[in-house]
Write a protein that binds this ligand. Sequence first.
Ligand SMILES: Nc1ncnc2c1ncn2[C@@H]1O[C@H](COP(=O)(O)OP(=O)(O)OP(=O)(O)O)[C@@H](O)[C@H]1O
Ligand SMILES: [Mg+2]
Length: 159
Amino acid sequence: MTELDVVRLSTRRDTTRLGARIARALEPGDLVLLSGDLGAGKTFLARAVARARGVPVDVAIASPTFTLVQEYETPRGVLLHVDLYRLRDEDDRAKTVSDVRRLGLDERRAEGAIVLVEWGEGLEGELGGAASLSVSMTLDAAGRAASLSGLRRAAVRAR
Ligand SMILES: Nc1ncnc2c1ncn2[C@@H]1O[C@H](COP(=O)(O)OP(=O)(O)OP(=O)(O)O)[C@@H](O)[C@H]1O
Ligand SMILES: [Mg+2]
């Protein structure tokens, strides 16, 4: 991975800015996988993407931790924010796969929804296929950072 793909997120504002760049790079039907440990900033970044796609400030953007899927209508189409943490069962892959399939996110993508997923790594097949953008978020002694990969990486870089 080249250095250009790593974005330092020293402040919340940096993450908000990255969210705005991602928002401008996305196309209908895109899947964005947000990975990283608990508290790494996945929900914070997803919220920034949703705001930049036009979710008005009077519409609350709650974490989908318990609802699994939060849906937003934006001037640029439907945006879904998903958290699969509670569906992941490392001892029962078949159950995880069928639970995720049941959400029907592949169809939503086919209809043009943009889907942002926390804890979705390894489940791309159930999410309608390869991620358009993967954002790996880290929080360590060096601070916060995000590494970008996937088809839309170049478009994010250009914004
Ligand atoms: N630069 C930063 N970028 C993102 N979040 C930050 C930053 N600095 C501080 N924070 C704080 O870190 C927390 C990140 O929490 P968040 O819910 O986004 O994590 P998460 O990766 O979604 O965790 P989980 O796996 O539990 O869903 C928030 O409280 C946010 O305000
Ligand atoms: Mg979260």
